[in-house]
Design a protein around this ligand. Structure first.
Ligand code: NI
Ligand code: MN
Length: 225
């Protein structure tokens, strides 16, 4: 069984015991991060979008590990310019890697790199990752959107990581509706309580979700899926 570990905010590591992946490695400067970027050992870094609270330590981790960054085209090109190995993809596309399959899905959000997010990084994305025969969906930062129903119909999602922080992304009510659309077996709330604007109580989210097992992870905790 593959394992996912929540490291705080939107950062998740995934392992099947052999391959090691990290999503949105925002650790340096993240007040709730469970580990330091120096301690991350991965083969692949997957990015949902270019905002600093997702891009984070991507380049340092990529260079130290000789890891490949998987991201949409414009964001991947930026990573290449900054010295990382890349595998560019784009919305709607999937690719089979040695560890499994990645499909880039839509997200309704912004994009942009740098202190003022003014460097263009293409459209924001979600990630469908199949590893060890199981499927993980990380929505990235997004509003609720009805196509989540299609994603749920076309994929048997074993675990979904969804933002509940509100203000910049879905809040609790919209994330609970997203669970209905996606129909995952397990759901982990993320992107809350990192900064004051996104303070939320994950137990409120758990109360509103009827059709999936809600797994509330503190930064550093893991779940099998
Ligand atoms: Ni964002
Ligand atoms: Mn964010």
């Amino acid at each position: 069984m593959p394992t996912a570990r929540f490291l705080g905010h939107a950062c998740v590591t995934i392992t099947d015991g052999k391959n090691n992946l990290i999503i949105d490695p925002f650790l340096t400067g993240n007040s709730i991060a469970a580990v330091k970027q120096e301690d991350i050992k991965v083969d692949f870094i997957l990015l949902t979008h270019g905002h600093g609270d997702h891009f984070g330590d991507t380049i340092a981790i990529a260079k130290r590990n000789k890891a490949t960054v998987i991201a949409n085209y414009e964001l991947a090109m930026l990573c290449a310019k900054l010295g990382a190995e890349i595998h560019p993809m784009n919305i709607g596309g999937a690719h089979n890697f040695d560890f499994g399959r990645v499909k880039i899905t839509i997200a309704h959000h912004g994009g942009g790199y740098g202190d003022d997010a003014s460097v263009y990084t293409g459209p924001p994305a979600g990630l469908l990752i199949t590893i060890g025969g199981k499927t993980l969906y990380h929505s990235g930062d997004t509003a609720l959107f009805y196509d989540m129903k299609l994603i749920g119909e076309m994929n048997q999602i074993d675990i979904a990581f969804l933002p509940i922080g509100d203000n910049f992304t879905m809040g609790i009510d919209d994330a609970a509706k997203a669970v209905e659309f996606l129909n995952p077996k397990k759901v982990v709330p993320i992107h809350y309580n990192t900064f004051p604007e996104i303070n939320q109580d994950p137990k409120e989210f758990a109360k509103k979700v009827k059709l999936a097992q809600v797994v509330i992870l503190k930064p550093g905790e893991s779940v099998e899926f």
